[in-house]
Design a protein around this ligand. Structure first.
Ligand SMILES: [Zn+2]
Length: 601
């Protein structure tokens, strides 16, 4: 039997979770002023009278009078006992419950008070750094840097940007020298204790970015080195190179794997969050905010975790990762993808955006402006596309080996996806990729001579089901009038699909000469090598042959062909865009393609 749950733990836990998040994941909340509302889950109503206060961490229904804390809510809503609700919350926050076996001792009041004190201390530190940015004799260097990066006073104030003065004891002197206080500053990661017991400031001569939890409380800091300090220290030979970015360490209040820089600020700035953009650094978040893109957040020196993502998906359905376009960026994107697989439930959309080489969100948004930057976000690669492109690109998909490798690499990853439509579709796409590419290869392109019959050729033609182009040609040759349903042919011709030239040639002839029969069509190719190929295809007979289903198969296959063609053009433009070679015209085309492709998904 599990023992008693210590009260201090319960206090810490309730302090740590956000009631808005917890309730919102069960009863979707709408922001209304400072509070959140919904139709009450505990009584029947048409207009919302159920309110949740983020500041008070309390819910209240004006209709039926239900009210309580996050624990009370879970007990009522999920029908849990008190210990069960606590266990549930602990799981949600990744905390382990320190059960006390059969003990009935009262919670240690000192301990209970401790976490309150830690928040208060960080709040004071936060105020101190902001004040130092305004007042310290050396803060002009920080101000100049922020100005040079295009930051306005308004955004700097909104994000609470501050300045940690140079020297070893700026914070210590400000906070006071008591032993107990120093101990707490060490606990919150603000001071570092040396072996001989003396303490010094962790953050020195840095621009300070307070990291806030969902309730807006400061739980840690990120500090960026000043550019002049960076240079001079780098030159000092033998000296340890200071980190450009320094974060608070893991503390009782701050857990890198859960927190996201800028999330509190985004929620405060936006009533409805349309999507969230995950970037790499604090400067990216504030620079995007400066450009009026208010939905950017940054992880804090870690890869994105499932916890991060779950948190983001409670606020919106779409998360876009923004990475540098270089190799390191693509590697980081892939790591993020691997981490998010297990939480890719249906309805959650994840996309990947790659910036041109050498750019970060900060420089890029300055260069191209808000509208173009948002267009690029719109055009980010869908999860499935990035997934398959990444696995497929290094492989030779025309070889059996390559396709086998694709399957063996993709299968274990896909098995991490939660069951659902998404997983099914990804698996179907894998099957299709493993097969389709094979058949494309087995259809000779018009300029290619069919290789002499060999063992491999025989086994391929026996095993491989017909390719898309071949499939279409078979139906077309069976019923040439179908050509009238093919519409504008240019839509198929954006990429490089093997066998396509012949298909288009046949379609074009049939669209012009509407009375041609199969035989007369093939006759037109008499002088060409294509004739024998067409003749073989013309042998095909539909299994159940009514005209309507034949026409339907034909049109469906053409749509698929169009999709492939659009996709290839899309991929080509994307590759160009990653090289930074997209003209305005290309960009329009890209956007159109993206919209069209969306219809297929
Ligand atoms: Zn109610």
């Amino acid at each position: 039997m599990a023992g008693r749950i210590p009260q201090t733990f319960i206090d810490d836990l309730i302090n740590r979770v956000d009631i808005v998040e917890t309730i919102d994941s069960r009863v979707p909340l709408k922001k209304a002023g400072r509070e959140y509302t919904a139709c009450c889950p505990f009584h029947n109503e048409k207009t919302p009278s159920f309110t949740v206060s983020a500041t008070k961490q309390f819910y209240h229904c004006f209709g039926c009078g239900a009210h309580g804390t996050v624990v009370g809510f879970l007990m009522e809503y999920d029908h849990l006992s008190f210990p069960e609700a606590i266990e549930d919350l602990a799981r949600q926050t990744g905390l382990e419950i320190p059960y006390e076996a059969g003990s009935h001792t009262k919670a240690d009041p000192a301990r209970q008070k401790q976490s309150q004190d830690l928040y208060a201390i960080l709040e004071r530190a936060d105020q101190f750094y902001q004040q130092q940015l305004r007042q310290h004799a050396q803060s002009q260097r920080a101000i100049d840097y922020l100005k040079q990066r295009g930051l306005s006073g308004q955004i700097a104030a909104e994000f609470g940007i501050g300045f940690a003065p140079p020297g070893w004891d700026g914070l210590i002197l400000h906070m006071g020298n008591s032993e107990a206080l120093q101990e707490q500053l060490v606990t919150t990661g603000m001071l570092i204790r040396k072996d001989e017991g003396r303490c010094y400031d962790r953050f020195r001569d840095r621009i300070m970015f307070p990291i806030r939890d969902q309730r807006g409380r400061c739980i840690g800091f990120g500090g960026r080195i000043l550019p002049d300090a960076e240079e001079s220290k780098n030159q000092a030979s033998g000296a340890k190179k200071p980190a450009k970015y320094l974060n608070s360490p893991e503390t009782p209040l701050f857990h890198k794997g859960r927190e996201l820089y800028g999330l509190f600020e985004a929620r405060r700035a936006l009533r409805d969050i349309p999507r969230l953009l995950v970037v790499e650094g604090y400067m990216d978040v504030v620079a995007l905010a400066e450009a009026d893109i208010r939905y950017a957040v940054a992880t804090l020196g870690t890869a994105t975790t499932g916890d991060h993502l779950n948190r983001l998906f409670r606020l919106c359905n779409e998360v876009v990762f923004c990475f540098d376009g270089d190799r390191a960026g693509r590697e980081a994107a892939w790591r993020a993808l691997e981490n998010v697989l297990p939480i890719m439930q249906d309805g959650r959309q994840i996309r990947f955006m790659f910036l041109p080489d050498g750019e970060d969100p900060d420089t890029q948004v300055k260069k191209i402006g808000k509208a173009a930057f948002e267009t690029a976000i719109d055009a980010a690669q869908p999860f499935s596309e990035f997934f398959f492109a990444r696995l497929k690109d290094p492989l030779n998909m025309t070889s059996l080996d390559g396709r086998a490798q694709l399957v063996s690499q993709a299968r274990p990853l896909l098995s991490n996806l939660p069951d659902g439509v998404m997983k099914q579709m990804m698996q179907q796409q894998l099957d299709q990729l493993a097969r389709l590419q094979a058949q494309n290869f087995s259809v000779p392109t018009p300029t290619q001579r069919r290789p002499p019959r060999s063992r491999t050729a025989v086994s391929r033609s026996q095993n491989a089901p017909p390719s898309l182009v071949r499939y279409i040609l078979q139906r077309l040759l069976h019923q040439p009038a179908l050509a009238q349903q093919a519409g504008d042919l240019s839509r198929f011709n954006l990429g490089d699909i093997p066998g396509l030239d012949l298909l288009l040639e046949v379609l074009e002839i049939l669209q012009i000469h509407t009375t041609l029969k199969t035989s007369s069509l093939i006759e037109r190719f008499r002088e060409s090598e294509k004739a024998s190929h067409l003749q073989k295809l013309a042998i095909w007979q539909p299994e159940v042959g009514d005209d309507a289903s034949l026409a339907e198969e034909f049109v469906t296959a053409l749509n698929k062909l169009e999709q492939m063609s659009l996709q290839q053009r899309h991929d080509a433009l994307l590759a160009q865009s990653n090289l930074g070679q997209l003209s305005a015209e290309d960009e329009n085309e890209y956007r159109e393609l993206f919209q069209k492709l969306k219809q297929y998904k």
